[in-house]
Design a binder for this molecule. Structure first.
Ligand code: SF4
Length: 275
């Protein structure tokens, strides 16, 4: 697990941000933190202003967004007055990164949302810590979908691309736990990384809904941001270059088709829309 060397606190006036671009199907995004200690090598946020303006390397710093419960509650109430409130948490950080164990910022936001529920909440994470908040998700009922990133079934590949992120078996187990608790859960093969022949079956054993996305469809720039990160080099070093192209995701999709019906198998943006 990576240790953040630089932790700061912020007290933003607002926590909800109007959604745009890839997430324009939502009314708002919600990021409990700025920065992310998982520090994935392929993270497109590395190429966004929030990261480019910092001197420190992505993955080594985290800003905690502190807010008063009443002010967030008011924000939720006001947002709900206008249009349906649909929230994507989180678009540029992981709401369950290591610091959440201690700070419980995401948990506090969920507690407030349980009292003043949005119309829909999408939770995107790669951390089994999400299971800590099962009771809060249950309070939100059908308004919440939890999406667990599972880019591959090969933990050696996970380590090569995303060393500080939780191991794949722990994520699969977390999906079981949430499914057994009656929550709506999906696996997000995002981005597609090299996997084994058994990947589709493994996912089907743990979850009934899946989305597949890759660097070319899902980084918001047709793969340009990912190219700037030099990820291709890593594919080459690992001798898995055949997985770095805009058709590689099709192999995964074809395998998944044997296990998931069309209405449970999504490609790119459609799998991240409010449901
Ligand atoms: S978990 Fe998400 S936000 Fe964090 S570094 Fe990885 S890709 Fe980026």
């Amino acid at each position: 697990m990576q240790v953040e060397r630089n932790i700061q606190e912020r007290t933003p006036k607002k926590l909800l941000t109007p959604a745009s671009g890839y997430l324009k199907g939502y009314s708002h995004t919600l990021n409990p933190y700025v920065g992310c200690a998982f520090g994935c090598s392929y993270c497109y946020v590395r190429r966004m202003p929030v990261a480019l303006f910092r001197k420190e390397e992505w993955g080594t710093w985290v800003d905690i967004k502190r807010s008063a419960k009443e002010s967030f509650k008011r924000e939720l109430k006001n947002a709900k007055r206008k249009d349906p409130l649909t929230i994507f948490m989180s678009s540029s950080t992981d709401p369950y990164q290591p610091i959440e164990h201690r700070e419980k910022i995401t948990q506090a936001l969920l507690e407030t949302m349980a009292e003043e529920p949005p119309d829909f909440l999408f939770v995107q994470t790669r951390s089994p810590l999400v299971t800590r908040d099962i009771e809060l998700f249950r309070a939100l009922g059908k308004r919440v979908l939890i999406s667990m990133t599972v880019e591959t079934d090969r933990d050696d590949i996970r380590k090569a691309f995303s060393l500080a992120a939780p191991p794949i078996p722990a994520r699969l187990k977390a999906m079981d736990t949430m499914k057994n608790a009656g929550l709506a859960v999906q696996a997000a093969v995002s981005p597609v990384l090299p996997s084994t022949e058994d990947f589709a079956k493994t996912l089907a054993d743990h979850v009934s809904r899946v989305v597949v996305d890759d660097f070319f469809m899902g980084d918001g720039t047709g793969g340009k941001r990912t190219k700037q990160l030099g990820i291709h080099k890593l594919f080459k070093e690992l001798d898995v270059e055949e997985w770095y192209n805009d058709k590689a995701y099709m192999k995964v999709v074809e395998d998944l088709e044997a296990y998931f019906p069309p209405d449970k198998l999504f490609i790119s943006q459609e799998g991240f829309l409010p449901g």
